[in-house]
Design a protein around this ligand. Structure first.
Ligand SMILES: *[C@@H]1O[C@H](CO)[C@@H](O)[C@H](O)[C@H]1NC(C)=O
Ligand SMILES: *[C@@H]1O[C@H](CO)[C@@H](O)[C@H](O)[C@H]1NC(C)=O
Ligand SMILES: *[C@@H]1O[C@H](CO)[C@@H](O)[C@H](O)[C@H]1NC(C)=O
Length: 307
């Protein structure tokens, strides 16, 4: 596709506000919990700009935040999340628990049909036109990443803004598919088909304490464009958790958000060929820093690049 066409496609994607998504629901050890009860809600509509150089935009609930933002809270845990933090409950989990995140693409208010009796035990369903089978698809390719940030000693989680360090505990990225012209296959997006479920265990070595657990699908930007044309988009949501654990102490050293999730941070941009699914950049790493396995910090890159 010529670049001019690509830009038109990108612009179209950005302006259709209903077409994006938010992670709004969590499942703990097989049981789906009430949407947004433990996940900080967002304010909609909300007006902000992408950077000091751009105009103000009215953003609806599911709209992206750009990784050039001047609004740290929006990149950390979603637009205006601190206003909603005090009314968000804390989910108690045991270190090692299995969590699953579900997203929605419809703007609130949400009728119960969007949460109940969804296909395949999913936590959200689409009862309108996008996906007749009822699955909620994703309209952007890119990695899903999850991070933990420990609430500073003595601070109430409801007042913690996520300005401390964040340690990645999960990522779901890409594999090589069967299309020889376009072998890059983003697993979460699944070519806008049925997305792969976002399921992972909180490491059993996680020290006891209160944490924000941030889930995000990052729509990576492109190197070759001037980044102001197409910076990465983030779709963060934060779960408030209290971890019960036999382990004490603290997490390994993590990243800062937004500082290390900016348009030019590792993994936030790809080459144009990778963007076009033609090849994986040889030095590509998933965004958000090293991955903590519970015992080690490892470089987080696609398994096909691990030699
Ligand atoms: C979350 O925010 C949306 C949009 O403002 C609102 O419609 C919804 O009721 C909120 N949910 C809760 C649990 O407050
Ligand atoms: C490639 O094709 C095989 C055989 O049809 C199929 O099992 C596999 O899921 C495909 N892989 C991808 C990534 O689509
Ligand atoms: C590219 O970015 C630079 C620096 O932000 C800016 O001065 C320039 O106008 C941009 N060019 C285009 C074509 O957007």
């Amino acid at each position: 596709m010529p670049i001019s066409h690509l830009l038109v496609a990108l612009t179209a994607a950005v302006t259709s506000a209903e077409a994006h998504f938010t992670f709004v629901r969590v499942r703990q050890n097989g049981k789906w919990l009430e949407p947004t009860r433990y996940i900080r809600n967002k304010t909609t509509p909300f007006t902000e700009r992408d950077s000091p150089d751009t105009n103000y935009h009215v953003r609806l609930y599911n709209a992206p935040t750009y990784a050039v933002t001047d609004y740290p809270d929006s990149v950390r845990c979603g637009r205006d999340n601190m206003v909603h933090a005090t009314v968000t409950d804390i989910l108690t989990i045991q270190a090692g628990d299995k969590l699953e995140f579900a997203h929605h693409r419809a703007e609130p208010e949400w009728p119960p049909e969007m949460w109940n009796n969804c296909p395949d035990e999913r936590g959200s369903c689409q009862y309108t036109t996008w996906n007749p089978e009822g699955y909620v698809d994703l309209n952007h390719p890119g990695p899903f990443v999850a991070h933990l940030s420990k609430v500073p000693e003595g601070q109430d989680i409801h007042l913690y803004d996520g300005s401390g360090e964040w340690v990645k505990i999960y990522s779901l990225g890409l594999e090589l598919g069967n299309d020889s012209q376009h072998p890059v296959h983003w697993i979460p997006w699944n070519d806008e088909g049925i997305p792969t479920p976002f399921v992972f265990n909180v490491p059993k070595e996680t020290p006891a304490g209160d944490y924000l657990l941030r889930a995000d699908l990052i729509y990576t930007g492109v190197f070759e464009f001037n980044f102001t044309s197409f910076p990465a988009q983030v779709y963060p949501s934060c779960l408030q958790i209290r971890v019960e654990s036999d382990f004490g102490g603290s997490l390994p050293k993590g990243i800062r958000i937004p500082e290390d999730l900016m348009h030019d941070s590792p993994g936030m941009r790809t080459s144009l060929s990778m963007y076009r699914y033609e090849k994986v950049d040889e030095d590509y790493v998933y965004p958000g820093g090293m991955l903590w396995t519970g015992t080690d910090m490892v470089v987080d890159k696609p398994s096909l690049l691990v030699s």
